[in-house]
Design a protein around this ligand. Structure first.
Ligand code: IMP
Ligand code: MG
Length: 185
């Protein structure tokens, strides 16, 4: 049972640390095989994808470049509105690069739809998506996921980068937030 002051708001551990790390290693191996003899540019969307990106890049046995974007979507704390704003843009050109977007979670898909279209406009040689989590129940736009860690049910999750009100990102596992914390049922 979670007990510390950080963990008291965790209703349940959905994906434990060992399971997470095994999946990240598996995704890294698949990416290394699929892109063999090539160089990949990993583009991560801050801040949620930070731990996933850090672990995934070390499980890829290819030359990789990394770049970071930060976007914010207008909306409430647990919902996306679909209106996306770029807070931090790429720092280098991705023209002609094999780009893999590294994301923490796809929920409605609106954020990643925007990011994908934006990056496609920068003429990469290829563009694919790797997401740790997928919550298909609430999808509003179609997203083509090349690499998926886990499909999860429609619950609000925290940890391993995912936040509620900017907290809980440092939990080493994926947990379900107690609904009382965000005023849910
Ligand atoms: P989308 O645009 O609805 O696909 O939302 C994607 C973004 O919403 C993610 O990158 C997260 O920042 C956030 N998000 C969606 N579901 C969750 C969740 O269960 N926990 C924490 N953040 C979430
Ligand atoms: Mg995110």
């Amino acid at each position: 049972m979670p007990a510390s002051s950080l963990e008291k708001d965790v209703a349940e551990i959905l994906i434990d640390e060992t399971t997470l790390q095994a999946k990240v290693a598996e995704l890294g191996a698949r990416i290394s095989a699929d892109y063999h003899d090539r160089q990949v540019t990993l583009v991560s969307v801050l801040k949620g994808a930070l731990p996933f990106m850090a672990d995934l890049m070390r499980s890829i046995s290819l030359p990789v470049r990394i770049d970071l974007m930060e976007v914010s979507s207008y909306g409430g704390a647990t919902e996306t509105s679909g209106q996306v704003r770029i807070l931090k843009d790429l720092s280098s050109s991705i023209e002609g690069e094999d780009v893999l977007i590294v994301e923490d979670i796809i929920d409605t898909g609106l954020t990643l739809h925007y990011v994908t279209e934006y990056l496609r406009g920068k003429d990469p040689a290829s563009l694919a998506i790797c997401t740790l989590l997928d919550k298909p129940a609430r999808r509003l736009v179609d997203i083509d996921i090349a690499y998926l860690g886990f499909e999860i049910p429609d619950r609000f999750v925290i940890g391993y980068g995912l936040d509620y009100d900017e907290l809980y990102r440092n939990l080493p596992y994926i947990g379900v937030l107690r609904p009382e914390v965000y005023g849910g049922a």
